[in-house]
Design a protein around this ligand. Structure first.
Ligand SMILES: Nc1ncnc2c1ncn2[C@@H]1O[C@H](COP(=O)(O)OP(=O)(O)O)[C@@H](O)[C@H]1O
Ligand SMILES: [Mg+2]
Length: 377
């Protein structure tokens, strides 16, 4: 009986939005209309974030970072596409449902803190609990004090926001964001208005929260901080740079990453299915975005041998493109890992890229030479 109830509940949850990800943005287009005409701030972006990730969103001013995370919080709505967050289709919520859902699911932190100036620090932290009717009224002050304790602001509990520094206000804003114990924190340039020492302290607080199981998406201008997140998402001109491309070819410039991202074809392969075959004509360069592939070479005693297994963010297919134009090895989707996904760049685009990026050419040639040496050719 218990078992059946349990199974039904889990399948209903999994099926409610059809997403395995905590945050799943699908093909989001956002067009703003104004008297000057229309402007497309997001051009069909997709982004998935899993539980426990700490994602930094970076990119130039005006690239669409705030627009992107405002989709997650429901502060703004997509013109088309789907926003699935913690099992809820956010783009389908009405205004009333939205604010209660948001208050329970997300903690939101802004660059300019946005504490209510007429409320004390502790009252600001209690506000989300009052608004969403979370925790018993008699517990709320105590909980707010515990949160202020955690951000080392308890001694300022009865002050007005104007009486404390910017860094202190941001700590209070973080305590407020945690009021309803939401699984997700969304922060838009939370350190943008802080000096570097204070910014470091706020960032360390985020790191600690991720350690405690929170999922954080943080827009930042600070590349040093971004590197310490578990993953960076680069937004440029309303598009997201392919993260596997950025990982595979890290010496490409931002403009090159954006251009190449647009040229990539996405392909998927069944377990065991060949992707390139030895002796065939070489016409694509591949980067693995999901799963593993096996590189097969001829066994000296006959048959084939797995020479190498490659995973996400690694590439293959460069040997044939750099050499005589034929594939030197067979590469197939690994048997034990479900569907394998890759992005592919065609031969002409691959050579244009190496011509444009000296550092990338050096890197790719070095990998190619190591692979040739390892295969004994
Ligand atoms: N409400 C709006 N109406 C019209 N254009 C907007 C609006 N909000 C943002 N934009 C435009 O969309 C682009 C992306 O803005 P934004 O997401 O705020 O960028 P970022 O956060 O990366 O600096 C900018 O060109 C901005 O001018
Ligand atoms: Mg912004």
């Amino acid at each position: 009986m218990f078992r059946r109830w349990f199974q039904r509940t889990t399948s209903a949850q999994a099926g409610s939005t059809g997403s395995d990800h905590l945050i799943d943005l699908r093909e989001i287009v956002k067009t703003y209309q104004s008297s000057a005409g229309s402007f497309t701030a997001l051009k069909g972006v997709s982004l998935q974030v899993d539980r426990g990730e700490f994602v930094a969103v970076i990119g130039k001013s005006g690239s669409g970072k705030s627009t992107l995370i405002n989709m997650v919080t429901g502060i703004d709505r997509p013109s088309s596409g789907e926003v699935l967050v913690a099992g809820t289709a956010v783009h389908k919520l009405g205004e009333g449902q939205m604010s209660v859902w948001r208050g329970r699911t997300l903690g939101i932190i802004f660059q300019f803190f946005q504490l209510l100036p007429s409320l004390t620090v502790v009252e600001n932290v209690m506000l989300p609990m009052d608004f969403c009717n979370m925790y018993r009224p008699s517990e709320r002050r105590e909980r707010a004090m515990a949160l202020l304790e955690a951000v080392e602001m308890a001694e300022n509990a009865n002050k007005l926001p104007s009486a404390i520094s910017g860094g202190q206000q941001q700590r209070v804003a973080i305590a407020r964001a945690l009021a309803n114990d939401p699984p997700i924190l969304i922060a838009d340039e939370p350190t943008g208005n802080l000096d570097s020492r204070t910014a470091e302290a706020v960032f360390q607080l985020f790191e600690r929260l991720v350690g405690q199981g929170k999922t954080i998406v943080m827009v930042t201008h600070d590349n040093d901080l971004a590197r310490r997140a578990t993953r960076s998402v680069i937004v440029a001109d309303g598009e997201i740079v392919n993260q596997y491309l950025a990982r595979a070819l890290p010496r490409l410039s931002l403009d090159q990453l954006i251009n190449v991202t647009r040229q990539l074809d996405r392909l998927s392969f069944q377990p065991g299915e060949p992707i390139v075959r030895r002796g065939a004509h070489a016409d694509y360069f591949y980067i693995i975005t999901k799963g593993k592939v096996e590189v097969l070479v001829d066994h000296p005693g006959g048959g084939e041998l797995i020479a190498e297994v490659l995973g996400e963010g690694q590439y293959f297919g460069e040997l044939g493109l750099l050499g005589d134009g034929t594939r030197r090895a067979t590469v197939r989707a690994a048997h034990d890992n479900g569907l394998v996904e890759v992005v592919a760049l065609d031969k002409g685009e691959f050579h244009a890229l190496l011509a444009a990026s000296e550092g990338t050419r050096t890197d790719v040639q070095r990998v190619a030479q190591q692979r040739l040496a390892a295969s004994g050719a």
